[in-house]
Ligand binder design. Sequence first.
Ligand code: DCP
Ligand code: MG
Ligand code: MN
Length: 360
Amino acid sequence: SQKNDGKGYTGPNEWLAKKFEELHDLYQGQVGKNSFAIRGYQRAAGIMRRIDYPITTGAQARAIPGIGQSLADRIDEFLSGAQGRAFYENTEQARCIALFKDIYGVGRHHANDLYRLGARTIDDLRSGRFALTAGQMIGLQLYEDLRARIPRDECRQIFEIIRSEAQAIDDQLWIEIMGSYRRGQETSGDVDILITRNGGEVNGKKGVLGELIRRLKKRGLITHDLGTPTVWDAPEAKWMGVGKLSSVHKHRRIDILCIPFEHWGAALLYFTGNEVVGISAIIRSNVSSKANDYHQFNRSMRLYARKTGYNLNQRGLYKGVLRGKDGLKQTEGELVASRTEQDIFNALGLRWRHPHHRRP
Ligand code: DCP
Ligand code: MG
Ligand code: MN
């Protein structure tokens, strides 16, 4: 299931954070494990999330306060793509947690709790014996639909409806479909949509996002809200929910993000990906890990930017970002490029890479 920091963005070491969390979850509750080491994995995950430049070696991480030699060794292990000792152990616990995390809105903590409370199957959860939030209930209710891949043509049809409704609100809006669809994949896990306005504020005065969702509900395309923005008419606002093309179609996950015009290229680049493959997906499919699974396009581009003295995120390419000894950002730096993807490739001196080729 799609995890979210509230804005939908994650940092360059999210994949490492996830790996440490997997280790934590796997060891937690197992007899004979050192509880200090287990908590260390949890803390390491937090540290990985706070570091905003990509970690590339264990030695580099060793310099970060809180990362000792054994954690640094684990990072080298992750980076090398070596199969972590306990990582892919196909235990019942690992399998259940992977299964529960597949339910929309169920995070790893809750998946762990559910396992410890005795839940083993989706039907167990449907029995009503376990406490779930409203969003999780929707995830559970639509579990079969939402885990199915969306055929490319259905993504396109959903996108066309959203585009036509958005353009009926304001013909100066720019609407693009991103994610796996834009990379040319035959099927997608969800439909990712980016909206901005050429001139003026996309979402400020008019609150386009709220109006769009209202129209799409009225039209019957959108059926459920899963995550609504705190401020509907903020310049940057994200809606997450579920829609259905017609009575014969399945419910599908849809994400719609509104951003300021200046961020268009950087956001398009970021949300086109690709990005880290979930570790639970690897446990489920029993596919052994390869270094490439974790060296995806977004990561390698951010890493390249960093190596050449820049900082790349979903809002732009920046130069002169000042960092403290701990590696944390002290100043934002100067915006170098963000309007178009091409601008960002050019500023970095990289050859254009078509979305269809944005794979490792
Ligand atoms: N993204 C990211 N880091 C994340 C999650 C997402 O950089 N932790 C970016 C890259 C993704 C894009 O956002 O490609 C869209 O996210 P999705 O989770 O929708 O992933 P995809 O569209 O690539 O795949 P799927 O077909 O599973 O939706
Ligand atoms: Mg997607
Ligand atoms: Mn998405």
